[in-house]
Design a protein around this ligand. Structure first.
Ligand SMILES: *Cc1c(COP(=O)(O)O)cnc(C)c1O
Length: 407
């Protein structure tokens, strides 16, 4: 298909006329991608440092995805979970062999994987302890999704606004505050649910030993620890799972985003001790782990592991971080660098929106979290040269931004 067949500038008008206005979109229509690059319908090229929001780990139009998609689509796409299918069983084994968990439940998104985790934690507590053990402690500024349960677990007022009554039984404490968590951990708590590194919250890392303290408080109070690794899992931080950096193991972990490199898949993983609380009929989804999506995810995860991409992520992530630290030294408006591997944030003294726009005009897609944190989530296959070209554009825009503020 040629680019003009998509009917040029009409796309935005069509979308705005016929679709809910639930997204504040940038005014470009993307038609093609390859590796770390995407093109809009006018043929403009962009280096993609958003990566589908931490989804396209192997980049766009990855031959790994195309091959698996093509082969499995000729074989079997969907039959429902009334029957066994090989790709989902193999994907479950691959995941279990590479993490703490013993069992996997497949679904279709990050929110769904967190829904499953919330249900499992409550079911487990009601069976192993007492039905009153219901409360899930969550973090301020967290993000767990947009369904009613997951937005109830999300510690951001803007996500919850206008949707009350929310689900009962969620309490919130500040991230990195052991004292406040200790106060919140009474007998009614069945789980602590948190991102090991907060993504939407602005790339916030745990302070040393915080996750250890969370783990021991959970153990003391017979509460489960749920890590939402939807954004930071699958190699993004330079280890396959972010919690490996901190030597702290959860009871339940949720995955999605990069798991299918763009095909919709989520997974909720747990130890055998906890997974036993879900029996036949306790939880289900029509599409979860279809042969098609699971076959692609198998190929994606295998490539992440066998292709050396997690090591590559750590190496280029260090290079990226050093470059960003250089920007902090040179520009008073750049306050600091956060993150690990290829989830990095640059904290600014000013709103980041105009800088995102400037970078887009210069051919770079970047993102801004929490108003003033520029967030970078490129494909894990990104090269140092591509990182360097973004760094030099950021250098320019920060110099200009400083001048603008002086004027
Ligand atoms: C994106 C995200 C979710 C929600 O995933 P969806 O697929 O959009 O439902 C949940 N938790 C975290 C940490 C995320 O980054």
């Amino acid at each position: 298909m040629t680019q003009k067949e998509s009917n040029g500038g009409d796309t935005m008008k069509l979308a705005d006329t016929y679709m809910f206005h639930t997204y504040a979109r940038f005014p470009i229509t993307l038609v093609r991608g390859e590796g770390c690059r995407v093109w809009d319908e006018d043929g403009n090229e962009y280096l993609d440092f958003v990566g589908g929001i931490a989804v396209c780990a192997l980049g766009h139009s990855s031959p790994v995805v195309t091959r698996a998609l093509e082969a499995q689509s000729r074989r079997l796409v969907h039959v429902s979970n009334l029957y066994y299918t090989r790709p989902q069983a193999e994907l479950a084994r691959l995941l279990v062999e590479n993490c703490f968990a013993d069992k996997v439940f497949f679904c279709n998104s990050g929110a769904e994987s967190n829904e499953a985790a919330i249900k499992l934690a409550r079911r487990y507590a009601s069976e192993a302890f007492k039905p009153e053990k219901r409360v899930i402690v969550c973090m301020d500024n967290s993000f767990h999704g947009r369904t009613m349960a997951t937005l109830s677990a999300t510690g951001q007022a803007k996500v919850q606004k206008g949707f009350d009554p929310l689900l009962h039984g969620f309490t919130f404490v500040p991230f990195n505050d052991v004292g406040r968590l200790e106060q919140a951990m009474d007998e009614s708590v069945c789980a602590v649910m948190m991102e090991p590194i907060q993504g939407e919250g602005g790339v916030v890392c745990p302070s040393p030993d915080y996750l250890n303290a969370v783990r021991s408080l959970c153990d003391q109070k017979d509460a489960l620890l749920i890590f939402d690794e939807v954004q930071v899992g699958m190699g993004r931080t330079g280890k396959l799972f972010a919690h490996e950096h901190y030597g702290v193991t959860p009871d339940i972990m949720t995955l999605a985003k990069a798991l299918g490199n763009g095909l919709p898949i989520g997974a909720m993983l747990a130890t055998d001790a906890v997974a036993g609380a879900f029996g036949p009929g306790s939880h289900a989804t029509t599409f979860g782990g279809t042969p098609l999506v699971a076959a692609v995810s198998n190929a994606v995860v295998s490539e992440l592991l066998d292709g050396g991409w997690v090591d590559h992520c750590r190496e280029v992530g260090d290079h990226f971080r050093q470059g960003l630290e250089g920007l902090v030294e040179r520009h008073a408006l750049a306050l600091g660098v956060r993150g690990l591997g290829l989830i990095l944030g640059l904290e600014l003294d000013i709103p980041g929106g105009p800088l995102v726009k400037y970078c887009m005009d210069a051919g770079f897609l970047i993102n801004c979290a929490q108003e003033n944190i520029l967030r970078f989530l490129p494909p894990l296959i990104v090269g140092k040269d591509e990182i360097d070209s973004l760094l030099s554009t950021l250098d320019n825009v920060l110099a200009k931004a400083a001048k603008l503020v002086e004027e």
